[in-house]
Design a protein around this ligand. Structure first.
Ligand code: LLP
Length: 411
């Protein structure tokens, strides 16, 4: 599918996703854990577009949501409520109520006060709230300090000692149905070892619960499976379209978790990947507006900016950038920057790229996760369109915002 054809019809910047790539990742993950029949709950925050969610829902996946908005999107996209888990450190009473009324697989409770509120809401609604306790296992993991969620200083989950107490209390509470333990330790994890370490903490807790006569029905190991954004063997300046060789292989993760899983054969397994399913399935197409030099620096100024793709500015994240068509033009080392009025509005730093003129199209790769979902209207820039390629055809799955959309809610 020529990116140029989509860009000409829809304009730029535009996110383009491949349905086949998303589904292939789902199958790969399910396949790796096949013996265990895992429930893959797609973390909507990575890419909540309804068409993307619909694909995964139809393929049998569940969903992981962290807000009333995500829960509504998940239900609207067709995910079965019985396959939805609801996390979040700050669920409002309205969100707890909506979650309980929706009869989800489990609400992941992240503090004692949330447990109290959940009990109060469940009593008022006269129903039994299915819950898991989210454990903070005290494990460092993740690709960036903003992405680590499982260490003791992070706000997520409860400490192991508190988890034991909360589980025992939940067990005695008639308005609660204690389903299991949840832990999500971070994002962009490329090594199975932190998962194993976290499960070590989970396992100690499971043992103590069993000794107290409490048997759980599920363990949710969270998401965080990393993808390889750059080919590190060639250094960050190298461009590659080749396969990302060192993403966290599902088979390696499954193998690392196998000893734990074999010791707990009755536990249902939940995985919550977001990035793994959608990151590599998407690109951001953007047109060059200008070239310029300042001293020894060279810039390709493009029509996408940090409002469209925040990851490079927020996490110094690396995304490969390639010309949409091969060009016989001399390469230079340059920064790819957007029009937003911030020095940090750099999509790609110090890259070797053909010194292409205005009008040429670039593709910022591996932006199918946390791309559009973190986009904003900063600098009063309407958010870009989204396109889904499926079965050799493409269609717009979210229209480009208009200037009217910018002021729609203002009075
Ligand atoms: N489950 C929970 C409870 C989460 O908080 C998250 C992500 C996931 C699952 C999915 O994690 P994933 O498999 O996508 O790594 N904006 C950042 C990523 C933040 C992830 C937050 N939580 C980025 O652009 O890299």
């Amino acid at each position: 599918m020529p990116v140029e054809a989509v860009a000409r019809a829809v304009g730029t910047p535009v996110y383009i996703y491949s349905a086949g790539a998303v589904l292939a990742r789902l199958r790969e993950l399910e396949g790796a854990f096949a013996g265990r029949d895992p429930l893959v709950c797609y973390a909507l925050k990575a890419n909540p577009n309804r068409a993307v969610c619909g694909l995964l829902a139809r393929a049998g996946a569940g969903a992981e949501v962290v807000s009333g908005g995500e829960l509504r999107r998940a239900l609207a996209a067709g995910f079965s409520p019985r396959k939805i888990v609801f996390s979040g450190v700050g669920k409002t009473e309205e969100e707890i109520r909506f979650g309980l009324r929706s009869r989800l697989l489990a609400q992941n409770v992240e503090s004692e006060e949330e447990l109290n509120r959940t009990i109060a809401v469940a009593r008022r609604l006269r129903l039994r709230a299915p819950i898991s306790i989210r454990l903070n296992p005290g494990v460092e993991a993740g690709g960036h300090r903003h992405l680590a969620t499982g260490h003791g200083a992070a706000k997520f989950g409860v400490a192991p000692a508190d988890a034991l107490r909360l589980c025992l209390r939940a067990r005695r509470e008639p308005s609660l149905e204690l389903k299991g333990l949840h832990c999500h330790i971070g994002s962009q994890i490329l090594d199975p070892r932190p998962f194993v370490a976290a499960l070590g903490v989970v396992e100690r807790l499971l043992g103590r619960l069993r000794a107290a006569g409490v048997r759980l029905s599920l363990v949710d190991v969270g998401g965080g499976l990393g993808v390889r954004y750059e080919d590190e063997s060639r250094g960050p300046a190298a461009q590659t379209l080749g396969p990302a060789r060192a993403r966290l292989q599902p088979a390696a993760l499954a193998k690392a978790l196998a000893p734990f899983l074999s010791r707990w054969p009755d536990l249902g397994l939940v995985l919550e990947p977001g990035r793994f399913l959608t990151a590599e399935a998407g690109l951001l197409a953007t047109r060059i507006l200008y070239r310029k030099r300042i001293g020894t620096s060279r810039f390709l100024i493009v029509d996408a900016a940090m409002n469209d793709l925040l990851r490079p500015a927020l996490y110094s994240a690396y995304h490969p950038v390639v010309p949409a068509r091969l060009r016989d033009v001399d390469e230079v080392v340059c920064d790819v920057v957007g029009p937003v009025c911030e020095t940090g509005d750099v999509l790609a730093r110090r890259r070797r790229l053909p010194w292409l003129p205005a009008g040429e199209l670039l593709a910022v790769l591996k932006t199918g996760a946390y791309g559009f979902s973190m986009a904003s209207q900063y600098n009063s820039r309407p958010r870009p369109a989204e396109v889904l390629v499926e079965g050799g055809r493409w269609r717009v799955v979210r229209e480009r915002e208009s200037y009217r959309d910018l002021v729609r809610h203002e009075r």
